[in-house]
Design a protein around this ligand. Structure first.
Ligand code: AMP
Length: 284
């Protein structure tokens, strides 16, 4: 495994691979890697010849500077995990390398997809994501790039950028890796106290309830959301940022419980913001 932090070095390695006709899989991350990230790596390894992981805590996607400062960093462990999982290159740039020009910044956005859900509470977040991902795509020239469906809105925003701007690559969505109680794995989970971790397990239990009530015939969207909100809030200290039912492609609010829906939530457990979602097929 090669660890590079300089763009020239990265481009030289990629040039060599490309001239040998190798396909490249790319998994962008912010580090503090866990089994969910490694699912992206494994998908990449089965679908492409070479796999690149980038580790970069991107400052432009943090609307809250405190969240940025507290973002866990664990580079030594990340590199071990990447090595163990057969990653070919880890790209580990610093902020100056990624943002040499801070005087004339560019802004990318897909308003229809990003002005609600996480975009509402985190203004500027998706602009930051699109900016860094577009740059990383140009630097790594991947055949395929792998994104977790846990960050479903991010997956859709990036897929739409690739489509709109004709980036020559495919986006692959990878299912969410979960802990044994169903909580989605997240780098932020390490910031939860034991008590908060218990509270967080309400999230997967809420999704189980959501499916159960649909199976039992619930079709009133307003009532359904109320049942789920009540379940999360009764006797718990959890705060709901949003709990929304949208269509899985354009992420617009659904009026009725029919067809395929995306149930997406963001909650605060203590100071930690957690997100999760499920695509649910509503039976006729
Ligand atoms: P992050 O380091 O949080 O920016 O995540 C990097 C990539 O890993 C993103 O595409 C995430 O959606 C994906 N990812 C994070 N957590 C999980 C998980 N539990 N299961 C699958 N993919 C994940």
């Amino acid at each position: 495994m090669i660890v590079v932090s300089k763009i020239d070095e990265l481009k030289k390695l990629i040039y060599d691979w490309k001239s040998q006709g190798q396909t490249i899989g790319f998994c962008p991350t912010m580090g503090s890697l866990h089994a969910g990230h490694m699912d992206l790596v494994q998908s990449s390894k089965t679908q492409t010849d070479k796999t690149i992981v980038s580790i970069f805590v991107n400052p432009t996607q943090f609307n809250d500077p405190k969240d940025f400062e507290k973002y866990p960093v664990n580079t030594e462990n990340d590199l071990l995990l990447c090595e163990k999982n057969g990653v070919d290159i880890v790209f580990l740039p610093d902020v100056k390398t990624m943002y040499p020009d801070t005087k004339t910044p560019i802004q990318l956005s897909i308003p229809k997809l990003q002005n609600h859900l996480c975009g509402r509470t985190r203004p500027g977040h998706f602009e930051g994501v699109l900016q860094i991902v577009a740059k990383l795509f140009h630097l790594t020239e991947p055949t395929k790039a792998f994104f977790g469906l846990k960050d479903y809105q991010q997956f859709r925003v990036i897929s739409a950028m690739v489509e709109n701007l004709n980036f020559p690559l495919d986006i692959v969505g990878v299912p969410t890796r979960r802990e044994t109680d169903g909580l989605a794995m997240s780098s932020r989970n390490v910031r939860l106290s034991t008590k908060e971790r218990e509270t967080a397990s309400l999230i997967p239990r809420m999704f189980a309830l959501a499916k159960k009530t649909i199976q039992a015939g619930e079709r009133d969207i307003k009532l359904w959301k109320e049942i789920l909100r009540d379940f999360l809030l009764t006797g718990s200290s959890l705060r709901i940022d949003y709990l929304e039912v949208v269509d899985p492609i354009e992420l617009q609010p659904k009026e009725k419980l029919e067809g395929e829906i995306l149930l997406a939530i963001a909650v605060f457990v203590g100071e930690v913001r957690l997100i999760d979602n499920q695509v649910i097929e509503i039976p006729n």
